[in-house]
Design a protein. Structure first.
Length: 133
């Protein structure tokens, strides 16, 4: 698996109506090895397997992190969107993008094992408890 370079490369989108932009910088991205090689600062979002967002501690976080970004990632066809919600101490997995929204949504409490559909991976979220407010 591959991650964008440390200089915070972002993703380019064909359709990104949800936030009226053509690009975004997710907090985390999972893609096949070498996917980001040679793509520069803004990589094509097609081929990305998962994006991760961690909620910000600001008043715009609710709309941006919980609504607009997941909708935009679904519009782009990214198979999984992982939301680490620091206000609610939960991890939400959005899956099955269809027509601009995710059909599947499952929320886990910190400490639970989080299944990532289609990736044959499970995340242990026990340590996230250490970062709760």
């Amino acid at each position: 698996m591959s991650a964008p370079p440390a200089d915070r490369a972002g993703l380019r989108f064909d359709a990104f109506e949800a936030i009226a932009a053509t690009a975004a910088r997710p907090d985390g991205t999972l893609a096949p090895a070498e996917y980001f090689a040679g793509q520069g600062e803004w990589a094509d979002s097609r081929g990305v397997l998962l994006v991760a967002e961690v909620t910000s501690f600001d008043r715009r976080a609710d709309e941006r992190d919980r609504v607009k970004k997941p909708r935009a990632y679904a519009e782009s066809g990214i198979p999984l969107c992982l939301l680490v919600d620091r206000d609610n101490d939960t991890v939400t997995v959005h899956s099955e993008p269809v027509k601009g929204s995710y059909r599947g949504t499952r929320t886990y409490d910190y400490g639970e094992r989080v299944e990532l559909p289609g990736l044959d991976m499970v995340l242990d979220t026990e340590e996230l408890k250490d970062y709760s407010r």
